[in-house]
Design a protein around this ligand. Structure first.
Ligand SMILES: C[S@@+](CC[C@H](N)C(=O)[O-])C[C@H]1O[C@@H](n2cnc3c(N)ncnc32)[C@H](O)[C@@H]1O
Length: 258
């Protein structure tokens, strides 16, 4: 086989693997435990690793109104906002109420239905599917652990760089423990242990996110913590610098990222 053909086959193989992974994740998040929790507005709901370790999912907070920490994130958004993995849509609804243009995307039908019922705009799509406004979004949101989507944060950031306008902003919520840098196969499960299909997921503390983002051409603009949650604003590749906000130190603990 020629080198060129081998490289093409490898690329196609990788793409098919990604498509399979994303399809299995879509299936898992569309399955009953997640949809049921969104309908009742209550957990318990978990991501479960193969070794039995459980990560509680904050369904009650996701189904409530945007809280003070969310509003601090929304205040930093620029231009049109794409909420990746919008869940039941509290952020899209809050942005809409502020007269901002926002779209939620999610692979869960229940999540999209809830977002639309709250008055937000949402599409049943994976972030890796063709999306409207590609190359023009002002801000992408990856909150509530959504940097984990697809299990490969580098690939997700690369995808967002293509969805955003050059120099656009991505705001990522990180795990509030600095040492976390984890990739694992997980499934969504409820209190009865109802198993869904396993899918790859990632969890990153701020240092791991910054390492990954720098490697993909992103610049850390600001980091802050509030209400026990931690966030990083990343400026996308192609920034002119003109849109960069100055670094700040506030009572909420915001500072310029290194
Ligand atoms: C950890 S939950 C976060 C929920 C959410 N941010 C909220 O406000 O309720 C992850 C969300 O991402 C969605 N998701 C998973 N894979 C996705 C993908 N490839 N593209 C878009 N959304 C995805 C799930 O359906 C789920 O709603």
């Amino acid at each position: 086989m020629s080198g060129a053909r081998a490289a093409t086959n490898a690329r196609v193989g990788r793409q098919r693997t990604t498509e399979r992974i994303v399809a299995s994740a879509g299936h898992a998040w569309s399955a009953d435990p997640y949809a049921d929790a969104l309908h009742t507005g209550r957990g318990p709901l978990f991501l479960r690793r193969a070794d039995g370790w459980l990560l509680p999912l904050d369904v009650e907070r996701w189904c409530a109104e945007a809280d003070a920490a969310d509003l601090e994130v929304l205040r930093r958004c620029e231009g049109t906002v794409l909420d990746v993995g919008c869940g039941p849509g509290r952020l899209v609804a809050a942005l809409g109420a502020q007269g901002r243009r926002a779209l939620g995307i999610d692979v869960s039908e229940a999540a999209v239905e809830h977002t639309v019922r709250r008055g937000g705009q949402a599409l049943l799509r994976s972030v890796f599917d063709p999306l409207p406004g590609t190359g023009g979004w002002g801000t992408a949101l990856l909150l509530d652990g959504n940097i984990g989507i697809g299990g490969d944060p580098g690939a997700l950031l690369e995808r967002l760089a293509r969805l955003l306008a050059p120099g656009g902003l991505t705001i990522v919520e990180t795990v509030p423990y600095p040492d976390v840098d984890e990739r694992a196969l997980v499934h969504v499960t409820d209190a009865h242990g109802t198993p869904g299909a396993p899918f790859p997921w990632a969890r990153l503390g701020t240092p791991a996110l910054l390492r990954c983002a720098r490697g993909a051409g992103w610049r850390a603009q600001e980091q802050w913590s509030t209400g026990g949650r931690s966030f990083v604003a990343l400026r996308g590749p192609g920034a002119t610098g003109a849109r960069a906000r100055p670094g700040r130190t506030t009572a909420g603990g915001a500072h310029r990222a290194g």
